[in-house]
Design a protein around this ligand. Structure first.
Ligand code: CAA
Length: 702
């Protein structure tokens, strides 16, 4: 199959079967669109053809528009034009949906007169995740087919449904248990001679009652989505189906699509889509490197982190042994895991029998010897080098040959931990984010001697655990926490200079973060940082004073904020203001009101600066990797694409100018712009222009 001809046609049983083959995911490139239009014309022109069936090769049906074409001049035929031509045929047109039918892919199927899906197919309108809306009739045909409320939910959530659910909703006519193509052909032949069922012309779902149902659903969707222009546009377009002719609705959808796709918000979200996929590629792996098989895992430590990691394995169907130093600690940890599952059961997101299956995969043991039969061991013990070295020394003795030995340390030097064993090639970091069973990020830390296949194993296991594994190098705090520490330092300064915890959190919320730095600190526990500072001799006057006052965060009912019993809502606390004012007075600082924009820049720009240093050192392989880390590890707002992408939006020269100013204002020379940042700004470039090879050249000192 040549790329120029990705749609081939064949006459089978009086049916024209058009097969799409545009690997890897049959995206709707210009050539595919042209091929589909040609197939529609061929079916129309040939009197011997009774029906048209659209089928696809490979594991997907059609994954949607070709996202790489966005932002480039449009090449005809347009997708709406192609879909209109399919729908307008007077002969039956049936889609045989073998795999994912997403975005434009589902819209093509909606232009057909019937749809048959394979049991494993997934159908959805994920455009909202790219900052756009369905742009080829999704907001106009789907409501007419399945009802406006259900269509609005599907398009605004962006999550696909499986074939069974799609059949239940009425998106597909049937799920084929056997041969999909045969079922689609049979359906097509059965429809010959009947009036085509065109979704664009259906009216039975557009009633005053469904309108009321839609308005209720829309109110709930809008409330949940907040300030999301994609969702607003989806709701507006779906609403049009009730009182606007199809063609006019299509025109409105097109206008909204054009407006959204040109916006920075969508550019940022598309950047993250590709950055996430690129981040899974590990540079420098010898050809043919394969992951080691993993049938059994062990997790050392039954604390919050260890328990969460064990749940990840159990959820993925991999048996896991949780190891503790005492029976008591073990029981406490296992109980907590059980309780976490119970919450999911109560919420209805986990079936009781599945809870039992998952718990059944977790075994508790005392003593490191229990790690002997594990193919991968993840240590999540106390964050102290001595403790880690002891554990790895013992693991070296008891773990089976070829087992991958990973540490979940969030700061410590993995090379040093590896040196406590006689097999440093098997040792690496697997840094999960709290809560480990929820957060999608996994920083895979490649130590100096980590072997290629151990690294490949960690990345593959990460994916099996439904994480986004990003490989990084060794440094204090790796990528995520190292950048976070820059923000934390600014929080300290800003509090002393005059901001309140609520001011700081409001600034981060205005920037798009779901949770501010102070509320986050209270949730995680302020003692974590306190312990690390004590071990490293660092100081954070405000946070230290809060901890010394017993204010460790939510768990003690007080931290940066005050909490009512049994409630997680942060309340500003005059006691905190008093602590801060006293510290400021002791330091001779005159507190002032700090404008929100200044707060945002003070909190975000130093992080970007640290990201630049991380790239200079080669600790991250690509700017996009840093963005993915912040998206999935710290809930960075997707609409501005991650810190390094955002730098381009804010303007590198502006960031350089501000950082120089901050350095002068605070006397902290470490706030001066990194050489890379200065250079890119001077050259009128941004981080997004840096390729992996550019970053590699930087760290090689070139
Ligand atoms: N356009 C261009 N490239 C795409 C693509 C698309 N729509 N979807 C996937 N790809 C590329 C990926 O970038 C990746 O490329 P590399 O191998 O070079 O990294 C490759 O296809 C394989 O993708 P995945 O690694 O994601 O493969 P997977 O098996 O894990 O997932 C998938 C397959 C579920 C289809 C997933 O790729 C996906 O969700 N794709 C995007 C779907 C989407 O958002 N569609 C809507 C597009 S917008 C639209 O259609 C607008 C409209 O209304 C006209």
């Amino acid at each position: 199959m040549t790329a120029a001809n990705p749609v081939t046609t064949a006459r089978e049983d009086g049916i024209l079967v058009a097969r799409i083959a545009n690997p890897p995911v049959n995206a709707l490139s210009a050539a595919v669109r042209a091929g589909l239009l040609a197939a529609a014309r061929e079916a129309a022109a040939d009197a011997s053809v009774k029906a048209l069936v659209l089928a696809a090769e490979g594991r997907t049906f059609i994954a949607g528009a070709d996202i790489t074409e966005f932002g480039k001049p449009p090449v005809p035929p347009s997708l709406p034009e192609v879909i209109d031509a399919l729908e307008a045929l007077d002969k039956p047109v049936v889609a045989a949906i073998n795999g994912a039918a997403l975005g434009g892919g589902l819209e093509v199927a909606l232009g057909c007169h019937a749809r048959i899906a394979a049991p494993g197919a997934k159908l959805g309108l994920p455009e909202v995740k790219l900052g756009i809306l369905p742009g080829a009739g999704g907001t106009q045909r789907l409501p007419r087919l399945i009802g406006a409320a259900a269509a609005a939910r599907l398009a605004s959530e962006g999550e696909p449904v499986d074939a069974a659910k799609a059949a239940q909703l009425g998106i597909v006519d049937a799920v084929a248990e056997g041969d999909l193509l045969a079922a689609a052909k049979a359906k097509a032949l059965a429809l010959v001679g009947t009036a085509p069922r065109r979704a664009s012309a259906l009216t039975d779902k557009l009633t005053p009652a469904t309108r009321e149902e839609f308005e209720q659903a829309a109110a709930a969707i809008a409330k949940k989505a907040g300030d999301n222009p994609s969702v607003a546009a989806i709701l507006d377009c779906v609403r049009l189906t009730f009182d606007t002719p199809f063609a006019q609705g299509m025109a409105a959808e097109r206008e909204a699509f054009k407006r959204l796709v040109a916006d920075d918000r969508s550019k940022a979200m598309r950047h993250l889509f590709f950055a996430e996929r690129e981040s899974s590629r590990i540079p420098g792996q010898p050809k043919g490197t394969t992951a080691r098989p993993v049938a059994k895992a062990a997790v050392i430590g039954a604390g919050t982190m260890g328990g969460g990691i064990a749940m990840c394995f159990a959820n993925a169907g991999i048996p896991v042994t949780v190891i503790e130093t005492s029976e008591e600690g073990l029981q406490r940890g296992l109980e907590r895991v059980g309780q976490t599952y119970d919450i999911s059961v109560k919420r209805g997101s986990l079936k009781p029998e599945e809870r039992e299956r998952r718990m059944g995969r977790i075994t508790g043991k005392v003593g490191l010897e229990a790690a002997a039969d594990a193919d991968i061991v993840i240590e999540a013990a106390f964050e102290e080098m001595g403790v880690k070295k002891d554990i790895f020394g013992t693991l070296d003795r008891v773990a089976k040959p070829g087992a991958v030995l990973a540490t979940n340390t969030s700061y410590l030097n993995v090379d040093e931990i590896a040196a406590a064993t006689s097999r440093p090639g098997d040792v690496l970091g697997m840094h999960f984010f709290s809560p480990a069973n929820v957060m999608k990020l996994l920083e895979v830390v490649r130590a100096e001697k980590t072997s290629p296949d151990a690294l490949a194993t960690a990345v593959e296991i990460g994916r099996k655990l439904a994480k986004v594994p990003v490989t990084v190098g060794v440094c204090f705090g790796f990528v995520g926490n190292r950048m976070l520490s820059k923000r934390t330092a600014e929080v300290e300064r800003l509090l002393l200079e005059g901001a309140s915890p609520s001011d700081i959190d409001a600034a981060l919320a205005a920037f798009g973060f779901r949770m501010g730095a102070c509320a986050m600190g209270d949730l995680a526990g302020l003692d974590i940082g306190w312990r690390i500072r004590k071990a490293t001799g660092k100081k954070a006057p405000v946070a230290d004073a809060l901890c010394e006052a017993g204010r460790l965060g939510q768990k003690t009912g007080a931290g940066y904020y005050r909490y009512e019993k049994g409630d997680r809502t942060p309340h500003p606390d005059p006691a905190v203001t008093a602590i801060i004012e006293k510290l400021a007075a002791e330091r001779g600082i005159t507190r002032r009101a700090i404008p929100q924009q200044e707060l945002i820049e003070r909190l975000v720009f130093p992080m970007i600066n640290e990201g630049a240093r991380i790239l200079e050192e080669g600790v991250a392989y690509r700017p996009g990797d840093i963005d993915v880390i912040w998206l999935y590890g710290y809930n960075w707002p997707a609409q501005n694409g991650g810190p390094m992408f955002y730098a381009g939006l804010a303007g590198l020269p502006h960031i350089v100018e501000r950082l120089d100013r901050f350095a002068e204002q605070t006397g902290d020379e470490s706030l001066r712009p990194a050489a890379l940042l200065r250079r890119l700004a001077a050259e009128g470039r941004s981080f997004a222009d840096l390729k992996e090879s550019d970053v590699a050249a930087l760290s090689a000192g070139a």
